[in-house]
Design a protein around this ligand. Sequence first.
Ligand SMILES: Nc1ncnc2c1ncn2[C@@H]1O[C@H](COP(=O)(O)OP(=O)(O)OP(=O)(O)O)[C@@H](O)[C@H]1O
Ligand SMILES: [Mg+2]
Length: 450
Amino acid sequence: MKYDLNHILNFTCCFILPNDFKKMNSIFVPKKRMLNELKLVEAIFYYSTEGIIVCKNYSEIVMANPRALQLFGYSAEEMIGLEIDTLVPYEKREEHKQLREKYSHHPHARPMGKNMELFGCRKDGTKFPIEVGLSPFEINGSKYVICFIIDVTERRQAQEKLKEYAELLKRKNEEILYLNHVLESKVKERTRELARVIYELSQSKNELSQALEKEKALNEIKSRFVSTASHEFRTPLSTILSSASLIQRYTKTEEQDKRERHIQKIKNAVTHLTEMLNDFLSLDKLEEGIIRYKPEVINLSDTIKQIIEEINPILKKGQHIIYKHLSNHQECIVDTQILKNILFNLISNASKYSDEDMPIIVESKIENNVVHISVTDKGYGIPEEEQPFLFTRFFRANNVSNIQGTGLGLNIVKKYLELMNGQISFTSKLNEGSTFVIQIPFHKNQQQEN
Ligand SMILES: Nc1ncnc2c1ncn2[C@@H]1O[C@H](COP(=O)(O)OP(=O)(O)OP(=O)(O)O)[C@@H](O)[C@H]1O
Ligand SMILES: [Mg+2]
């Protein structure tokens, strides 16, 4: 059945227009204008994208627009006269009937099935999601309700998709949070590892630079040794060479005196060379910690006297050592060999850096388990500005550059004293002389301990 304009007109005139308006129209509005308005209502009904169904007594379908017919898959002839419940899925029909009953007692305009998912049922039994708005009205004592139906399949699908996406997003978010957590702990772990590696690297860098420093120092000593040795060894070696050549010439028996004089010169030169080599060797040994402190109980003044006796032959002509022991105590505990090396260096310096005939004063004492020994000369002294460098290896003051020496003696003495927890100090005045003082502590039972 197709609704023609008259049908709609009759029906709409009865209920769509408000009563007052109808009255007004019947009285004041010209018929042509009214026809136009009704055509408009007809167009709304026909072309509405919402399905529109009118039910009498809340149940019998009396009118349905093309969209409603299309939605539910009925022809107009089939749908008109149907119970509205037919359009509800089978399983919900009973419930719908009851709700409809309830609604008929308090009819009012409202959306249907608030907070519920509503479904329509097509002629072929298939279901589809819908939204329904209800508006009740009365005509000539008959009750009607107009239903506006929207197919929300696409919206529901979109909502479903949205839900799925939200779910997916939530899951991904959780995954990201977890990965983040894993990543953070990995980063922390790696940072810790990195810090450890950096620490180890800096440690090995330190060790390496220390080793390099040592190597550098060693190399410097070696090259210094080569240049010092080549310079210092030249004089005694040329002495040896010239004396040997002369000895070769003195072939006659009566020339024995001359031969012996040159043999002595050779011996002295060899001794000098040996001393120099010993200096280098003891420095090496000291640095490598090979030399050990072997203290023994000694009589201090006796030991010093013995050392002086050994050193006397190397003094310059007319030089003499004046020795005094200034305390009552005589016994102490020291390493005799090291003490001998120290005094040899100090007394040989006192002799080397003062003129012939000058005295060298050696004094000793024992106080509070400390051995004090001083060596004083009346020699060339040390320029004040050079005094701070005196114990530096290879250092030699300017005022004695014409006298042979390697600049190692005092450095060795200082190292020996460090080995014994001792100390060395000095006072010196240019062209007046110098005094070197050493202090060596000792204590009872030291001998056994070492
Ligand atoms: N008693 C002293 N009087 C003046 N100068 C001294 C005295 N003792 C040391 N010096 C200065 O200190 C420098 C270093 O002395 P050190 O004993 O270390 O080396 P050296 O005497 O030059 O050589 P060697 O290694 O043969 O002893 C000397 O070259 C000298 O300039
Ligand atoms: Mg010296």
